[in-house]
Design a protein around this ligand. Structure first.
Ligand SMILES: O=P(O)(O)O[C@H]1O[C@H](CO)[C@@H](O)[C@H]1O
Ligand SMILES: Nc1nc2[nH]cnc2c(=O)[nH]1
Length: 257
């Protein structure tokens, strides 16, 4: 049992507090450690705890770990999040492979790449139309089928709001009209920062609650439910990510034997 970070071989845990200038995790369920180790023989680094705008950090700081990973030699970023399911076909516990995102905070002029551009990481004006690697999405779908998960794995568009409140009914109706399938408070800034420094990116949402788009509903989204569904799906997610990482390693080895 435990999260993916807990089952790495040869695990080394580095608390965020001892990494200079690193932010601290403040969210319940986000432990605050970088965990290094091997997953099926593949060297990986996992974040036990990510950073969000609602914690009071600017977006560039929320996404700083991605640049640290780049400097450590990481080539692929697998970003995961808990999200509300806006697409009515999604059920609680389903997985949505992110094929695109809507950077709503960017619409309001808030972007992790704001400020002087550091050319050592990437260009001033990075493209974002191919942010999510198409091959990895295709292979993730194949893996889902192999694992018998095809009925719970979908593809869709994620959007990130600043939080920390969950959305109003009117906001959710608007997001649905814009084409969003899942709604969260993370990932977009990490993906933008990752693509800026040329990491290959894939992302998926675990649908932890159905978004409430009717005024006569008596349900309320809450963080406890989000964490419970995360725990309930932990083993499936571990297996899924493990298989994706194995695929990435195989393709890398065939390119650079
Ligand atoms: O941190 P992630 O996985 O995105 O979790 C999502 O769920 C939390 C709210 O319950 C927020 O942090 C939101 O972003
Ligand atoms: N913004 C947002 N974030 C979430 N994280 C988990 N569920 C939700 C949700 O419904 N909305």
């Amino acid at each position: 049992m435990g999260s993916l970070a807990d089952v790495l071989d040869g695990k080394i845990e580095v608390p965020y507090e001892i990494i200079p200038h690193f932010p601290r995790s403040t969210v319940q369920g986000h432990a605050g450690k970088l965990v290094f180790g091997y997953l099926s023989g593949v060297p990986v680094v996992c974040m036990k705890g990510r950073f969000h705008y609602y914690e009071g950090y600017p977006l560039w700081k929320c996404a700083m770990p991605v640049r640290v990973m780049k400097l450590l030699g990481v080539t692929h970023l697998v970003a995961t999040n808990a999200a509300g399911g806006l697409n009515p076909k999604f059920e609680v516990g389903d997985i949505m492979l992110v094929k695109d995102h809507i950077n709503l905070m960017g619409f309001a002029g808030n972007n992790p790449l704001q400020g002087p551009n550091d050319e050592r990481f990437g260009p001033r004006f990075p493209p974002m139309n191919e942010a999510y690697d198409k091959t990895l999405i295709r292979e993730a779908k194949r893996i889902a089928k192999e694992l018998g998960l095809e009925n719970i794995v979908h593809e869709g568009c994620y959007t990130c709001l600043g939080g920390p409140n969950f959305e109003t009914v009117a906001e959710l109706k608007m997001l649905s009209m814009l084409g969003a399938d899942s709604v969260g408070m993370s990932t977009v800034h990490e993906v933008i920062t990752g693509r800026h420094c040329d990491l290959t990116v894939m992302a998926f949402s675990l649908i932890t609650n159905k978004c409430i788009t009717a005024y006569d509903s008596n349900d309320n989204p809450n963080h406890e439910e989000v964490m419970d569904v995360g725990k309930m799906r932990q083993d499936v997610l571990k297996l899924f990510v493990q298989s994706i990482v194995k695929y990435i390693k195989q393709t890398e080895d065939s390119i650079n034997p």
